[in-house]
Write a protein of this length. Structure first.
Lengths: 301, 225, 301, 225
């Protein structure tokens, strides 16, 4: 409640209480610079987090959630083993559909190798079964392989899309890492602004004593410092964020080899995301300085 | 009115001041003397709530300072002009702004009081230094700025701690005259000083009580000066 | 020369000049904390850089540096187009060797599909050419494709190993990014320590005045501050680095899905790498504080 | 020996001090008076190289302060004990450590001088405050600690700026006596003060010259006191 009122007064400004705090000083510069540097780093971490998140999503979608089972067996065995394999697949959890391909489909698959005119019926072509995984369950491929070996010894699982799975995990991990560093950066900034505010307050001990002596209330004194520091942090973070956004935008993005981190950055409305950084910095600075100021003023009774 | 009722004060070691009772009537004029380290500054700080009595009561307008909130003490101070022994200023503001600071802190418009400000600065002989910054002042000039700042709000009470410690005889006389004049306008004045010649000089101008702190007690001096 | 002597004096310690600087203060805490936080972040960035570098190297090795060309054509055309393709390949820069597979090799390749008994001579099986790229040159695959189209219209380039190339690039890019943030973090730390030193010096203006008055030389005063700050930065950075190393070591590394960032961290002697962080921080703090101190002392003449 | 040769000083505005020549002989005793803001403190600062003359020469042992390096000035100061008007201390060190600070800065062993230290503290009446910290001192106590610090190194010259501004009469007399005694040991003493009663009291004890700064010039006063 009180904090809200203060935050409002902050925006409106109070030229009176403003002037009583010395205008410059290295702690002030330190606050601005720290906010700027941390905002810059935060911008990078955010971009990395967003990009790797986007990548993880895209790759996850591209995981075709399917595999192929190839059954090679002497002519008479082929149909029997196919039926056995289908029976096994039917009782395997995590499988939505298992469907043997017909001759035309198999021919289409082999066309690039042998042309359209392949007499597929006359050749010992293996039977293919297209398996679609359930999207919500996790298929135990190794278990399936063992069971198939028992029931249909000619069956081979072609796990062609699986190689991408660790990449998705990696991208998700990268997103987690960047989010973690985002939190670390924010925390570090909060601590630094708090310490800088403390340092400024103790460097300005005589200013506080003078103000006390002429009848200034704690709130008046705190407000002057808080406003100064919040604006510094806000300004610094804004500059740092803009610099960070420019740096991210300037990252060479080689569309030719379109791939992984080559599209590091924000997209569309995503560019609004970093705008939260200075706002967050301002809020953190406001809370940190106010806490520091009121605490210092109480101990300086 | 400031009342001290069996006040004692200790900084942690033994008691520095013991069993001190005094009623400072509005419009009275007091000198406070005593050897260096006797507790004069401490005594004045008790009177404006900068220190709180460790025993007994200090009452400002009837209210015990120990029961006052921090805001209440801040408000009470606006009626008490203090000239500290070692005066400090806002070094980034000009002399004029420093003198006007009490008005600004109280949220009052300093431009209204512009005439008062100029008159006050001329009285303490600092008109030519109105735009200087405090670090550029000499020791005596600082004391005079502090006095002007204390008087600026037209407080009911003026507490001055060695206001002429660094000031030559002629200027001291001017300052004494200013304080006497303010006293004649009804303001209460208390001056802590070790300058006995100043106390003697005041006798012709004002009916002053001379208090002396010695051996932790407050005594009435006067006849022996 | 002088700086070296000073740096040595720093290590040996000078209890005399030490005591004259106030022992605590928020700027000191700020310096320690800033160094710690930045060292922690630097440790992460370093780990990411090392891991992605290692990954890039591994993947680059795994790139088999080979591709296959498949020529499908009516029986009589096949040999002609194969010769044409080989001629093209011979004049293409970046190719070390191009060799048509013989019948046995082709049969072995097709075995999983059709079994060993495939009458390969009777089928319209395409001719395969195995191409080995030169390891030092970069092959222009698109250019090669165009030229082959003109000379041997039945030729198709099977670029099977190429999918990994963008991943290698991505890993290299990630390494570059982490190295960049490492530089940014170091720069930010240097600036912060410098500003904190400036702030401490101007907060201790009266200390400097007192020391001046009793006949202290600039060097004596500077040394006291420099030592204080260097040790603070060193200590803070050491704590931050150790915390960062622990955090990196604790990162869950799922060997099962062994892959990309799952082995984030250092290996073997690589664990010595982060030890350079506090040393660097100490050097930066030493230089920054000494610069700040001597400059401030000169302006306070 | 300190020589001033047609010295002038200006803070940037008009000249504050003009055409001042003076030779301070080793072992001499000087008082420096003048109204507040006349330039007494400025004058003393010129004498120990804290300010550099804007015209003319200030020579310490024959060397112009303007040609001295910063290190040379620092070394010269070790032979000049200064009691500033507004004395400052290292607030985190005890009174005893502050008094011993000049020794420490000069790289000398303070334990050797332990006896001197205790004697000095007792002379200025602060033996009981030896372990106190400067912010806990009264105004007069601070001035006495500053005096003890200035004297500690046994300097050739002692420059004291209003050393008794906040000190009662009895203690002032003690301090004057200390300075006179040091002067008798051959040390040069210069005291800036506005306290005429102190100057008068000194006449019985020492052959002192009284200088007066007025209208930018240095005059010899004396007969009229
Ligand atoms: N904050 C403090 N902590 C501990 N002791 C203190 C503190 N402030 C003052 N004292 C002690 O209390 C005593 C009285 O101090 P005070 O400043 O009241 O003296 P004073 O009468 O004003 O002296 P002076 O004439 O020298 O200014 C002194 O001995 C001083 O050392
Ligand atoms: N740093 C400065 N910048 C500008 N002016 C200054 C500076 N220091 C002093 N002055 C001015 O120079 C004049 C002389 O100052 P100084 O301190 O020498 O006087 P003083 O004789 O010691 O006075 P007091 O008896 O009041 O201490 C004063 O008017 C003061 O305002
Ligand atoms: Mg006092
Ligand atoms: Mg002076």
């Amino acid at each position: 409640m009180k904090a809200t009122t203060l935050a409002m007064a902050l925006m409106v400004g109070d030229p009176h209480s403003d002037r009583v705090v010395p205008p410059t000083g290295f702690t002030a510069q330190l606050t601005s610079f720290t906010s700027a540097a941390m905002a810059f780093l935060a911008c990078f971490a955010l971009a990395l987090s967003v990009s790797s998140g986007r990548l993880a999503d895209r790759w996850a979608q591209e995981l075709s959630q399917s595999l192929t089972i190839r059954i090679s067996a002497p002519g008479d065995q082929l149909a029997v083993q196919t039926q056995a394999a289908l029976a096994v697949l039917e009782t395997t959890p995590g499988i939505e559909e298992a469907r043997p391909l017909d001759a035309d489909e198999q021919r289409a698959l082999l066309a690039p190798w042998f042309g359209q005119s392949l007499p597929i019926e006359e050749l010992p072509v293996p039977q293919l079964i297209d398996v679609i995984e359930a999207s919500d369950a996790d298929l135990d491929v190794d278990g399936l392989r063992l069971r198939l070996q028992a029931e249909a010894p000619g069956a081979v699982i072609d796990d062609h899309s699986r190689w991408r799975r660790p990449l998705v995990q990696a991208a998700q991990r990268l997103r987690g890492l960047s989010a973690l560093s985002l939190i670390l950066i924010t925390g570090a900034m909060a601590a630094m602004v708090t310490l800088a505010a403390h340092a400024a307050l103790s460097a300005n001990r005589s200013v506080i004593e003078v103000l006390r002596q002429v009848g200034a209330r704690d709130d008046y004194i705190a407000k002057a410092f808080v406003r100064r520091f919040t604006l510094r942090a806000l300004g610094g973070a804004a500059v740092g964020t803009i610099a960070g956004m420019i740096a991210v935008a300037l990252m060479p993005s080689s569309e030719a080899t379109a791939g992984f981190l080559t599209d590091l950055g924000f997209r569309g409305l995503g560019w609004l995301l970093p705008a939260t950084i200075p706002i967050l910095a301002g809020i953190v600075a406001f809370a940190a300085t106010r806490f520091a100021a009121l605490r210092t003023l109480r101990t300086m009774a | 009115m400031i009342e001290l009722d069996k006040v004692a004060y200790s900084y942690g070691g033994g008691e520095l001041l013991s069993d001190i009772s005094l009623t400072v009537q509005p419009g009275s004029f007091h000198f406070l003397t005593g050897p260096s380290g006797a507790g004069k500054t401490t005594f004045l700080k008790l009177m404006y709530g900068d220190l709180l009595a460790t025993a007994g009561q200090v009452r400002l307008s009837g209210v015990d300072t120990r029961t006052m909130s921090r805001d209440q003490i801040a408000l009470a101070r606006r009626k008490i002009g203090v000239v500290p022994q070692n005066s400090q200023f806002l070094d980034h503001l000009s002399v004029a702004d420093n003198v006007a600071l009490p008005l600004q802190v109280a949220g009052r418009d300093a431009t209204e009081a512009q005439a008062d400000l100029e008159q006050l600065l001329s009285w303490v002989g600092l008109s030519s230094h109105r735009d200087a910054f405090p670090p550029e002042l000499s020791g005596g000039e600082r004391q005079r700025v502090a006095l002007a700042r204390a008087v600026m709000m037209s407080p009911d009470v003026i507490l001055a701690d060695e206001p002429t410690g660094n000031i030559d005889w002629e200027m001291s006389q001017r300052i004494l005259k200013l304080l006497v004049e303010l006293n004649k306008m009804g303001k209460t004045v208390m001056i802590a000083t070790h300058d006995l010649t100043m106390i003697r000089a005041s006798k012709a101008q004002v009916q002053a009580r001379v208090l002396r702190i010695a051996n932790r007690r407050l005594q009435l001096a006067g006849a022996d000066l």
